[in-house]
Design a protein around this ligand. Structure first.
Ligand code: PLP
Length: 446
């Protein structure tokens, strides 16, 4: 088929055309089934064509699909904001929601709210939002300025602010050549050093993905890391923004991934799982503490999009959240994730090219190396990640290409993050297809 809209050119020549989806499978025009082992881009968290969601979409479409956010609010948007603020882990912070359409908009809005928080208190120099080099916070210019993801960043670097400042808590290849716990969390205390270098009076916030996704293939920090990060932020009057666009709404076995460490962010960016891909919607949640100076000052968050708080998307998001709760999918993600992780870790024993398997809940990263003892990455020109993703797709398995976590983009990795609705026997099928893929790729490298 000729492609008439712009998609990733490298793969465009052999993109299959998706025709329909059912459960965790997507079917192309030849009737070939693909096990959605990555929920698309870690998005389709309840699988495809769920009748309850279709019903909610139809019901809302019959009522009203669009109103402009500066003219009306809707019951659906209000209810969604209430539901999010009632998430147990954060409910004491009295969070309000600012609805947007993508994760990139959610992190940019988080930046703006953080900057405005200090402006409204007469502290306009506190206007930088800093981050980590191994990170991805979105593709728009502001969000890309926050992101260290080299492949997505390099072409636009002259237009971006250099906001990433510190390395990631990447224990597999510690950026400080140390090991946990004797390292005493140098990766966290490095934030303190960076703040002293820049000057806290210039910093509005620090943003981090609780578990690093696209830029690091599921880097889970060591215990104590976020506790220390939050402490440093508080000591320096710097807001802590959790970018939960990939991890939020149950993906890691908790509603919000920060709950794993019981560290409560000041601002939270949500996306992907909020509507499980059925419609575009994302949100920036800001606590009462963050919003108070704005509400007592200019009274307006200086941002907004035509489609913000779209009632159709809000109704879908509510239906998705209800579905997740009704089917206990967050607890299941924890259990099924532990099983998936263990099965993939077993594979690492048989394949020397698997260097590391890491994860939390149904978000697992697999990093590939040319030598597992020295952890040497494959040469970039071999393009191992894409070979694996394409070979898996040929076998009917979808997985997500990711950077390994090495600053500068070297290394190969994939993310495996199936819908939270996946059944145990489907996990077995996923692992089997992945095993066959790696068998073929490893053979081709021998
Ligand atoms: N933040 C994180 C952690 C992400 O993983 C992504 C997307 O992958 C984004 C932000 C950007 O979201 P979107 O692609 O919806 O703009």
């Amino acid at each position: 088929m000729e492609h008439s809209y712009l998609i990733k050119p490298m793969l465009a020549s052999h993109y299959p055309t998706a025709v329909y989806g059912k459960g965790i499978y997507i079917y192309d025009e030849d009737g070939k089934a693909y096990l959605d082992g990555s929920s698309g881009a870690v998005t389709a968290s309840i699988g495809h064509a769920v009748p309850e969601i279709i019903k909610a979409m139809t019901k809302q479409a019959e009522k009203i699909s669009f109103v402009y956010r500066s003219q009306f609010t809707t019951n659906e948007a209000e209810q969604l904001a209430r539901t999010l603020s009632e998430i147990d882990f954060i409910k004491d912070g009295h969070y309000s929601s600012f609805f947007v359409n993508s994760g990139s908009e959610a992190t940019e809005t988080a930046m703006k709210i953080a900057i405005q928080h200090w402006q409204e208190q007469g502290r306009p120099t506190k206007n930088k939002v800093i981050s980590r080099w191994t990170s991805y916070h979105g593709i728009t210019m502001g969000a890309l300025s926050l992101s260290g993801h080299s492949e997505r960043r390099h072409r636009f670097v002259s237009l971006l602010d250099d906001l990433p400042t510190i390395p990631a808590p990447y224990c597999y290849r510690c950026p400080f050549n140390q090991t946990y716990p004797s390292c005493q969390l140098k990766c966290a205390s490095d934030l303190e050093a960076a703040i002293h270098r820049i000057g806290a009076e210039h910093i509005a916030a620090f943003i981090a993905e609780p578990i690093i996704g696209a830029a690091g293939a599921v880097i889970v920090p060591p215990d104590g890391y976020y506790e220390r990060i939050k402490e440093i932020c508080d000591e320096n009057e710097i807001l802590f923004i959790a970018d939960e666009v990939m991890t939020g709404i149950g993906r890691t076995g908790k509603t919000l991934a920060m709950e794993h460490w019981n560290v409560i962010p000041d601002i939270i960016a949500l996306g992907k799982g909020m509507s499980a891909g059925y419609t575009p919607i994302a949100a920036t949640l800001a606590s009462e503490k963050v919003l108070d100076p704005i509400l007592q000052g200019s009274k307006i968050v200086m941002s907004g999009h035509t489609y913000s708080a779209n009632p159709q998307s809000a109704a879908v998001s509510l239906a998705v959240l209800e579905y997740i709760e009704k089917h206990n999918l967050i607890n299941e993600a924890e259990e099924k994730g532990a099983y998936l992780l263990a099965e993939l870790q077993k594979l690492a024993e048989h394949f020397s090219m698997i260097g590391d398997v890491r994860g939390k809940g149904l978000m697992v990263g697999v990093e590939f190396v040319s030598d597992s003892l020295s952890k040497t990455p494959f040469p970039k020109k071999l393009d191992i990640t894409n070979s694996i993703v394409l070979a898996a797709r040929d076998k009917g398995l979808l997985i997500y290409p990711a950077s390994a976590g090495i600053e500068g983009g070297e290394g190969d990795a994939v993310i495996i993050a199936p819908p939270l609705t996946i059944k145990k026997e489907e996990i077995d099928q996923l692992v089997e297809l992945f095993k066959k893929t790696i068998t073929d790729i490893q053979k081709s490298k021998e």
